[in-house]
Design a protein around this ligand. Structure first.
Ligand code: G3I
Length: 366
């Protein structure tokens, strides 16, 4: 059938369902154009995004408010940024994100209360510069958590209480962080108890990455099971979701959701991005590889990324009764934390101009 005839047929159809391109491909209809991520997923789970204070103005803020109904502070609520000196808290950035969430009736996830990274150096040292005792460190942790959680108890529904305490090496259980070296594993349970005492209604998560790696997942499972059995107030596990075009497999993702929910814990994907480079943790640059910030977003990147996002959201929708939130880590390909790993990445649903990529429509057309 020639193009003219096919258009004669396609045009009325497109008026019903959407715009018809010259090749006859129907793209999203005008009426649906007003629908956004959070609307498509309103019967499944909240859809969040990690933000910085400067994103709360201008074009970023418009995309945030339109597409999402949950926020996480990318850095502003971490120990170092919010508590730079023992006697000083820096509230301005965190407060601006909390106020934005409240103003736009968005949920707000707290991230995070205890982590080996971005912890302020004073936390582990006394005035003489010597390493503090376990008792001193636990008191400092308690003071920090109590102060921060109480400040945001009317804004934040849940916290990443402890982040990344499990080691990536198969032969090592707990990460040899300063927290672990000084306190042993006890700091983990204590952090949850301090957070619960400060806000008994807050949903408390353990958060980690590479949670689809069977050996690491098993260690996390054993730890959270032990915490639950000891009566520690832990309510959920955060699968960070720093995935890539070849990770995770459908089976491993399903297994992670099933294992943690079987403990009666909520499961959330807390830091979702799908790197266009193969490998764990976003395919970070292998030592010595050429730094490359020039490569654009190619078709060779796009197709496997679309397939991976389709698989991920298919599994998440199937498990909507176990999944209580999905949060993207960063807003658009304009900026991603992965860019800091030596090469430009394109891991999100919106492109460098904040426009919906084809993968956006893959995620919402179900
Ligand atoms: O704010 C300072 C600025 O004053 C200074 O001039 C600049 C240069 O040194 O650094 C700025 O701090 C940076 C901060 O991001 C804010 O931009 C830190 O150096 C930098 O290390 C920090 O990176 C963050 C990283 O966590 C820290 O490990 C990334 O933005 C953030 O996306 C990333 O997020 C983590 C999650 O919290 C936990 N899961 C993994 C995820 C990715 O690493």
């Amino acid at each position: 059938m020639n193009t003219f005839k096919s258009l004669l047929i396609a045009i009325p159809i497109s008026l019903l369902f959407g715009f018809c391109t010259s090749s006859g491909r129907i793209i999203q209809s005008k009426s649906n154009a007003t629908k956004a991520l959070k609307d498509y997923y309103k019967d499944y789970f909240p859809i969040g995004v990690a933000v910085t204070p400067r994103m709360l103005h201008g074009e970023d803020s418009a995309l945030i408010v339109t597409q999402f109904n949950s926020l996480t502070a990318e850095n502003a609520m971490k120990m170092g940024p919010i508590h730079p000196r023992e006697s000083d808290y820096y509230w301005k950035d965190a407060d601006s994100i909390a106020a934005f969430a409240k103003k736009h009736s968005m949920r707000l996830r707290g991230h995070n209360l205890c982590w080996h990274a971005q912890a302020p150096s004073w936390m582990f040292k006394n005035e003489k510069g010597d390493t503090v005792s376990k008792e001193v460190l636990l008191q400092r942790l308690k003071d920090h958590i109590t102060t921060v959680v109480k400040r945001y108890k009317d804004y934040i529904y849940g916290w990443d209480v402890v982040n990344e305490a499990i080691d990536d090496r198969d032969s090592v259980f707990y990460r040899y962080s300063a927290w672990y070296k000084i306190c042993g594993e006890e700091f983990i349970a204590k952090a949850f108890e301090y957070a619960h005492a400060a806000d008994p209604k807050a949903v408390l998560f353990y958060n980690d990455y590479n949670t689809e790696n069977p050996k690491k997942r098993e260690k996390i499972y054993q730890m959270v099971k032990k915490l639950k059995e000891a009566g520690i107030p832990i309510h959920g596990v955060g699968l960070q979701g720093h995935w890539s075009i070849n990770n995770p497999s459908k089976e491993e993702l399903e297994k992670s959701i099933q294992m943690f929910s079987s403990l009666g814990l909520q499961v959330q994907v807390t830091e979702l991005d799908v790197s266009v480079y193969a490998g764990r943790q976003g395919g970070q640059l292998i030592q010595g590889q050429r730094r490359d910030t020039a490569t654009g977003f190619t078709a060779a990147m796009e197709e496997p990324q679309r397939e991976k996002y389709k698989m991920i959201f298919g599994i998440l929708r199937q498990n909507k009764n176990k999944i209580t939130g999905v949060t993207f880590w960063n807003l658009s390909d304009r900026y991603t934390w992965l860019d800091g790993r030596g090469r430009k990445n394109y891991p999100l649903l919106f492109d460098v101009n904040r426009k919906s990529k084809k993968v956006y429509w893959d995620v919402v057309n179900f």
